[in-house]
Design a binder for this molecule. Structure first.
Ligand code: FAD
Length: 252
């Protein structure tokens, strides 16, 4: 067993080679407080900011959220929208891999717990004309299971045309879901609500949501995607067009 919390350097957030790099011992609270991530990786702040309560966020890490490989892992969904990567260290050395390759199934990670350690996570910060947003739909009281969490990263040009987009959500299958058909549909289209609604329909055509007595019915969760995903895309687009970025929905 390895306790990563006091390995020098792994408890830091840094900027290296055009990436924001997050050590595996960095807690959700550190991420939520980090100004560079609030500004240039907003959906990650918004996703880590709703995990558990303050006690959980003060000790739990984004690395643990990813290594846990839960399809509803909030931090994982935020980092997936940002096109994040993870660094895995084993006896052969260290290598970076795309975040989506880390997930093999519910609770099944590509990081072999007997041989490897997830040492760092990274993403390219959003630049001018680019931004991100996240939301989680859950019952305000009772069982703290999300019905659906969604994140988007969006880039627009001066004509408000979408030049790049990533959409992630979960739980919507065995692993955190990257909504490729919706991403393909939006690229080159105007960043307007009408197009975002079409993207939500494309997401619904590509996922198989289940009835869950703890989360919600399939129909209700579909309705949440239909209504909330266009809002997330709208928020990301507004931020990308230059409106002030204020992370939303952070837990107390
Ligand atoms: C009360 C409560 C509320 C929670 N609420 C939420 C929530 O709202 N949303 C959510 O997504 N999750 C939630 N969680 C789940 C969990 O706390 C988070 O996923 C958290 O981010 C896990 O991080 P950790 O550092 O505690 O990992 P741990 O729980 O310590 O580890 C999780 C798994 O990952 C492995 N692991 C951890 N770090 C590494 C590493 N560096 N390299 C390789 N493997 C590693 C561990 O061996 C273990 O198998 C909650 C948990 C609790 C107890």
């Amino acid at each position: 067993m390895v306790d990563t919390s006091r390995i020098s350097g792994l408890d830091r957030i840094s900027i290296e080679h055009d990436h924001i790099v997050i050590g595996c011992a960095v807690t959700h609270t550190q991420i939520v407080r980090e100004q560079s991530i609030r500004r240039s990786g907003t959906c990650l702040v918004e996703s880590c900011g709703v995990i558990g309560g303050p006690q959980v966020r003060n000790v739990a890490t984004l690395a643990g959220n990813v290594a846990h490989a839960m399809p509803a892992g909030d931090g994982s969904i935020g980092l997936l929208a940002l096109n994040g990567e993870i660094e895995v260290a084993d006896a052969a050395g260290c290598r970076w891999m795309p975040l989506q390759d880390a997930f093999l199934g519910p609770g099944k990670s590509a990081i072999d717990p007997r041989r490897a350690l997830l040492t760092r996570l990274r993403f390219r910060p959003t630049v001018a004309g680019e931004a991100s947003a996240f939301t989680r739909v859950m019952r305000p009281q009772g069982v703290a299971l999300p019905m659906i969490s969604m994140a988007a990263r969006l880039q627009v040009d001066g004509d408000n045309t979408i030049t790049a987009v990533r959409i992630s959500l979960g739980p919507a299958g065995p692993v955190p879901h990257l909504a490729r058909p919706a991403m393909d549909l939006l690229k080159g289209r105007p960043a307007v609500l009408q197009e975002f609604k079409k993207a939500a329909d494309a997401v619904l055509a590509s996922v198989a949501l289940r009835n869950s007595k703890h989360r919600a019915t399939r129909e209700y969760r579909e309705e949440m995607i239909r209504t909330q995903l266009p809002m997330i895309l709208t928020r990301a687009a507004e931020r990308a067009r230059g409106s002030q970025v204020v992370p939303q929905g952070l837990g107390l």
